[in-house]
Design a protein around this ligand. Structure first.
Ligand code: G
Ligand code: MN
Length: 254
């Protein structure tokens, strides 16, 4: 099977061999620094190469894999993550969802079945959709997103701010969270416009997560412009479910 990222994975074999894992990275509340939730991240424990992130064996934009491959991987991650998260107190589970799934009219029913099977209440589930998918394919994704929102599932726009959206489009989307792309590194020049953006998002009733926070300076600056949640290596790297510390602060104090 050809793969966009270069390393070939035989998904069925990897799952059967227990090589496919789901790791978790905390999102902390920007002021208390308490863990509010975890993002589920697939990791392939390759026999020779070690733990590979999906971008090493999956490229959703290049379409290197068959639809069936993407669907199988997604189904595995969702089921595994929901089962793990059912055992956490109140922490929200965030799962990355592909364009394909958001275009599938039966996806909300699949979600309800998977969460019920795992014993995870739908209000503790958040699904992340890439900004450009939600914006570029609104007719294909809107109905499914709205149905999920009405079921009580939270929706987040992932990798936000890479130039796809006019801000006015946000108003119409049934999402409750914007995740600022890791590529947006806060500095003296962009801090004021970021603060204005965050204020606009808040006025729409949505919250903002800063992703890819790697230093104390970035954490403090993102907190200062009003971000509600912070996520990144400064607080914690993705880790296996066994390493999760419930309700604790993640990372060093600011
Ligand atoms: O696009 P998305 O937000 O789903 O990407 C998640 C990926 O980003 C994961 O593979 C995770 O390991 C990586 N990641 C998480 N935090 C950081 C960070 O602080 N710095 C960098 N460079 N990558 C990060
Ligand atoms: Mn994500």
């Amino acid at each position: 099977m050809g793969c966009g990222g270069g390393v070939n994975i035989d998904l069925g074999k990897a799952i059967a061999a227990g090589e496919l894992e789901v790791w978790y990275q905390p999102q902390v509340a920007a002021h208390s620094l308490r863990v509010a939730g975890y993002e589920a991240l697939a990791r392939w424990n390759h026999p020779e190469l070690g733990h590979l992130a999906p971008d090493a064996f999956l490229d959703p934009r290049a379409g290197g894999q068959t639809d069936e491959f993407v669907a199988d991987l997604a189904a595995f991650v969702l089921a595994r993550a929901c089962a793990d998260a059912a055992g956490w107190d109140e922490a929200v589970l965030s799962v990355n969802i592909s364009a394909l799934q958001f275009a599938d009219a039966s996806f909300p029913d699949d979600i309800a079945a998977i969460a019920a099977q795992a014993g995870l209440p739908l209000h503790r589930l958040e699904l992340e959709i890439l900004e450009h998918i939600a914006i570029e394919q609104p007719d294909r994704t809107r109905a499914v997103m709205t149905r999920l929102r009405d079921m009580g599932v939270r929706l987040a726009l992932d990798d936000f701010g890479q130039g796809y959206s006019r801000q006015s489009l946000l108003m119409d989307l049934p999402v409750s969270k914007i995740k600022l792309a890791r590529s947006i590194v806060i500095n003296e020049e962009n801090a004021a416009s970021l603060a204005a953006f965050v204020a606009d998002v808040h006025a729409l009733g949505m919250v903002v997560t800063a992703e890819g926070v790697e230093t104390r300076e970035q954490a403090l600056a993102m907190q200062a412009v009003g971000c509600d949640y912070l996520q990144g290596y400064f607080f914690a790297r993705p880790a296996p479910a066994a390493g999760i510390a419930h309700g604790l602060r993640a990372g060093p104090p600011l």
